[in-house]
Design a binder for this molecule. Structure first.
Ligand code: MN
Ligand code: MN
Length: 453
């Protein structure tokens, strides 16, 4: 526990770890939004024999041991399951992470013109340090829903032959006195263009941008029924002279989601039914139809029970209460550039493996789902048996802050839950940093958890 992974890794294992991370880099480069994550994951699931639960329900067939299924919620949340040998009433082995990440969302009526510049008004999503989003290349990802029911998918700013967008910042010469580098949320307006449509009567630059949108089939009012996210432009890539780390957008929490998906694919006929859960809206409190608070999880498990046995509400309750879960979410890694909120004795380090956070609350453990020591002891046995590199973490000094995850929501079912995930530097920044060996150890941990808990 809590050792530098490189001390024990052979060249062979290091190669396996780094190879695993090539797949991960590709995944996060293609999956910058919730919808893209779910679409990418469904692609992976289907090519590995997973079947859509909706179609199984329609067909009237039953599920048998070893069957692999998935259920999608509004294109923004997903449950994948491999049916185990034991009755579902004995509980599930669940690894759950979130696939939403901090970003800027276009407002419902975003377009306006000021100073002969056309801008797109945004409302930020999740906890961001606003100054980090100015003066950096940004891309648009999302969908526009038309009144006729059709959808137009948008990705703009990722390819070499496309332009990028961005938010301007004041030059230091004019920003000396009052505000230094402070930016407000209302000032995060994306610059869309400066070319006028000379035939327009007013707002000529905005009119020209509207003409461009029209060529794509998009009217100004269509942006009211759109979901367009502003994210950093560009692919994830290696970080550091020794290429030991990854810089990428949205690693909170796809750096845990990806290993949990990959670990589930390994299972043939597990003892307990194993579930990989990917949810939306964690960054804004897990609310809404696609967040962890939604009934989607419970409804889907009810469906799965009904397809394996005679359904009863009691069976569902037993199944949930007997389940074991890893709430797979990232934690803060010790930052030598900004050490003040960390306690080096109790916080996580890069390259020390998957970090277990017994409780995520702060200032008197407020709001924490505090994991039971009996459960942690069982996990330690599995981790040590399978030679997994792991560490315990607090996520900062007692009074420093802390953060929420989905653990407390699942704990309401009376199941054992603990937070366990990859340590991250610059969390919630446009480019977050992780260590490749930690990602691989997290994958090995989820694999062992599915098999042995
Ligand atoms: Mn997270
Ligand atoms: Mn987060």
């Amino acid at each position: 526990m809590n050792k530098n992974i490189y001390e024990s890794y052979t060249q062979e294992k290091l190669k396996k770890a780094y190879d695993f991370c090539e797949g991960y880099k590709q995944y996060i480069s293609n999956a910058k939004t919730e919808r893209e994550s779910i679409a990418e994951t469904v692609k992976i699931a289907e090519s590995n024999g997973f079947k859509n639960l909706k179609e199984i329900l329609k067909s009237g067939k039953k599920l048998k041991k070893g069957d692999k299924v998935y259920a999608i919620n509004m294109d923004k949340a997903l449950i994948m399951a491999v049916i185990g040998e034991q009755d579902l009433e004995n509980g599930l082995n669940i690894v759950g992470s979130h696939i939403d990440s901090p970003r800027l969302d276009l407002k419902a009526t975003p377009l306006y013109e000021d100073g002969e510049i056309c801008l797109l008004d945004t409302h930020y999503y999740g906890g961001i340090k606003k100054y980090q989003w100015t003066a950096t290349p940004l891309a648009l990802h999302g969908i526009v829903c038309k009144k006729d029911g059709s959808k137009i998918r948008i990705t703009y700013g990722e390819n070499e032959d496309e332009a990028v967008l961005g938010i301007s910042d004041l030059l230091p010469h004019l920003d000396r006195e009052s505000r230094k580098d402070v930016v407000t949320g209302e000032e995060l307006n994306l610059i869309a263009g400066i070319m006028p449509d000379k035939t327009a009567k007013k707002d000529k630059v905005k009119a020209n941008i509207l003409n461009l949108l029209k060529q794509k089939g998009i009217e100004e009012d269509d942006l009211f029924s759109a979901e367009i996210e502003v994210v950093p432009a560009g692919k994830a890539r290696d970080f550091g002279l020794d290429r030991s780390m990854i810089a990428g957008y949205g690693q909170d929490d796809k750096v845990c989601a990806y290993p949990s998906i990959m670990a589930l694919l390994n299972l043939k006929k597990p003892s307990k039914t194993c579930v990989c859960l990917l949810v939306d809206k964690e960054e804004i409190g897990s609310v809404g139809a696609t967040g962890m608070e939604s009934m989607f999880f419970e409804n889907t498990i009810a469906d799965i029970i009904s397809l394996t046995t005679n359904y009863s509400d009691l069976k569902l309750r037993h199944c949930l209460a007997n389940s074991k879960m890893l709430s797979s979410d990232v934690t803060a890694a010790y930052d030598p550039n900004r050490p003040s909120p960390f306690n080096k004795n109790t916080d996580a380090f890069l390259a020390h493996g998957i970090a277990f956070c017994k409780y995520t609350g702060s200032r008197g453990k407020s709001g924490a789902s505090d994991a039971n020591p009996e459960y942690i002891a069982r996990l330690r046995q599995i981790l040590d048996d399978n030679k997994i590199n792991y560490q315990a973490t607090e996520m900062g000094k007692v009074e420093a802050g802390g953060g929420g995850t989905i653990a407390y929501i699942m704990a309401k079912y009376d199941m054992d839950v603990i937070d366990a995930g990859v340590p991250v530097l610059s969390m919630h920044a446009p480019w977050e940093i992780t260590a490749k060996v930690d990602i691989y150890e997290t994958y090995l941990c989820y694999d062992a958890f599915y098999r042995f808990i």
